[in-house]
Design a protein around this ligand. Sequence first.
Ligand code: DGI
Ligand code: FE
Ligand code: FE
Ligand code: FE
Length: 189
Amino acid sequence: MKHKVALDMVKAKLPEKRYKHSKRVAETAVKMAEIFKGDKNKCFLAGILHDFSKYDELGEMYQYVTKYKLDPELLSYKSAVLHGPVAAVKMREEYRVQDEEIYQAIMNHTSGRSHMSLNEKIIYVADYIEPKRSQPGVETIRELVFDDRNLDLAVYEITKANMQHLLSKDQPIYHKTLECLNYYNMVKE
Ligand code: DGI
Ligand code: FE
Ligand code: FE
Ligand code: FE
């Protein structure tokens, strides 16, 4: 898919604020791809498309999980956890975005998972550190990325902060989030 087509599609579908967030994630991901020798084209496209299904209707999202045989565990969650997997299959099945790495990057941008590819990790981290994000601790993660260039440690710290936040709100932890935490705890240096 051409960048302009992706930009226009997301601009037409999402609220302005979410469109701008998606553009910042794409731009942050491209910057990271230069540093970590990732694929700038894949990073831009996955960044632009990652939140495409953020505001899809919940019933429709569950239909995609069933129709495309996604992880049945997803049926216990809401849009916060579903929108990545749903956007990933929509792009693959309906918009002919066939690249496997883009598929996985969109699929796992919220939870992460164990054994992510380089471009997948870039999208996961870019979503968290794009310039307008201001959650506590985000500056430390930006330093891990742009100064220390330690992507695995950034993935770990993001997942840990996310999980601490979820636990403080008594939210259920999706299994991929926990697998991501444990895996990057072991591989980080
Ligand atoms: O879509 P964004 O707002 O850019 O960010 P995101 O897709 O990274 O996260 C969306 C939400 O998902 C965020 O509020 C935290 C939540 N989330 C992440 N992992 C889990 C989760 N919610 C639950 N219940 N379980 C998880 O494992
Ligand atoms: Fe998201
Ligand atoms: Fe995220
Ligand atoms: Fe996002």
